[in-house]
Write a protein that binds this ligand. Structure first.
Ligand code: URA
Length: 427
């Protein structure tokens, strides 16, 4: 590996130059070991955000981040593997019903997940609302559960792409989260290092997502699909709507409750549609086609898998879920059709109610969040309940209500049907 000086590389990117493979390898290895300082990496992240990277540079960055840590494999596993990654959305609990649903069909799901930061919730926070459930398991337990149950959702160990862990915290505090080369390499380094053979990306589009418009979302998806395929992972992406929350429940225990409804063959139509679409895509990439995926939700097979998956990590699938101490109902002011029910506003409100955290060290309230009594496009009548807000601390209601002020609109006109799946990208 050549020897470089960090300022030279920063200046090269600042002047819109291209970094060589050797320069990128050097930068990431030395940032991981602490030779390149946080302030130098911050300047580089900003130069990348402003001036971009070409496809070769993004690939090199991703491979260098993978090389900063360990790489898992499932060579001893009899099942093929498939995983899903969502870029994050409000009410996005899909991983919960999806992992057991895919496992029903003989495809193992090694889902290494994170915690929530900001207005989108984290899968581990949701599952931790189940009594006894453990997010951290040993490598041995992980492989055993994958072989015996076929689905594991757990915390990613610190050994996977440590460069990303460091860089992501830096981006969070330096206004450099939204750069496509940085998002794509961050997500794909972790997923490739995780060792899955197939991967479906759920790239969210709309107010509640990183990508507010479809062209940027398509660009991000295309870059990530190519990174995956170049690394030998069968990868495709669905672009899906995040202008309004998914389903009727937002918040940790509330989202587990809704996921269990879906696993019992019920639940809101949008959550079921996306769960089945992503499962079908994961199974297709793993070589399994012509399956009646939805049937496994209605006949109890996915629910049986869910119960096994939760119990294997110490959780009690029959335990009552935590409920918040206080609630506050918001009523419709007019009669008409819900024309706006903004995802970012509702995600922010739920976060302020205590469902999310402001700093990594904060605890979440499991019962906090929001239940919607109507979805975008539904007919509502003046005076009917629109939302119920939940928290353990009533002082939080005012700030939550501020977040949704002006972000829920009722129109006299019927609204066009909502499309959940906007596009599919497989190369
Ligand atoms: N999720 C990640 O893991 N990294 C990003 O950069 C954005 C979302």
């Amino acid at each position: 590996m050549g020897q470089f000086a960090a300022p030279e590389l920063i200046i090269a990117k600042r002047e819109k130059g291209e970094l060589s493979t050797e320069q990128i390898d050097w930068l990431i290895a030395n940032y991981t070991s602490g030779v390149v300082a946080d302030e130098q990496m911050s300047a580089m992240a900003m130069a990348i955000l402003l001036n971009g990277m070409n496809r070769r540079e993004i690939k090199d960055l991703t491979m260098a981040m993978i090389a900063s840590g360990e790489r898992l494999n499932y060579n001893d596993l009899a099942w093929p593997t498939a995983d899903k990654h969502s870029t994050g959305g409000v009410g996005d609990k899909i991983t919960l019903p999806l992992a057991p649903l895919v496992a029903v069909f003989g495809v193992a799901v090694p889902q290494l997940s994170g915690r929530g930061l900001g207005h989108t919730g984290g899968t581990l926070d949701k599952l931790e609302s189940i009594s006894g459930w453990r997010a951290s398991i040993s490598n041995e337990e992980f492989h055993r559960q994958l072989a015996e149950v076929g689905a594991v959702i757990c915390a990613a160990g610190s050994g996977l792409a440590p460069a990303d862990r460091k860089l992501y915290s830096l981006r969070d505090v330096t206004g450099t989260v939204e750069a496509i080369p940085l998002i794509a390499s961050s997500i794909m380094s972790k997923k490739i290092a995780e060792g899955t053979k197939s991967l479906v990306l759920d790239v969210k589009v709309g107010s509640g997502a990183f990508m507010k418009n479809i062209d940027r979302a398509r660009e991000l998806a295309t870059v990530m699909v190519q990174l995956g395929q170049d690394a030998g992972v069968n990868t495709s992406a669905l672009l899906t709507d995040m202008s309004t929350p998914l389903g009727l429940k937002i918040g940790n225990a509330l989202e587990v409750e809704e996921s269990v409804e879906v696993l019992a063959g019920g639940g809101p139509a949008d959550v079921v549609e996306l769960t089945v679409a992503l499962a079908t895509e994961m199974l297709r990439l793993a070589g399994k086609t012509d399956l009646d995926v939805a049937a496994a939700l209605s006949d109890g097979r996915a629910m049986d898998k869910w119960r096994q998956m939760i119990a294997a990590q110490g959780g009690d699938p029959d335990a009552a879920l935590p409920v918040a101490k206080e609630s506050h109902v918001v009523y419709a002011e007019q009669t008409g059709y819900l024309s706006q029910l903004d995802a970012l506003a509702l995600g922010t409100a739920s976060w302020r109610l205590g469902a999310g955290r402001a700093r990594k060290e904060d605890a979440v309230q499991f019962g906090a969040g929001i239940t919607l009594h109507a979805q975008l496009g539904d007919k509502v009548t003046a005076g009917q309940p629109l939302l119920t807000l939940f928290t353990d601390e009533p002082a939080r209601f005012d700030r939550a209500l501020e977040a949704i002020d002006g972000q829920i609109q009722v129109s006299a006109d019927a609204q066009p049907a909502r499309k959940i799946i906007l596009d599919r990208i497989d190369r």
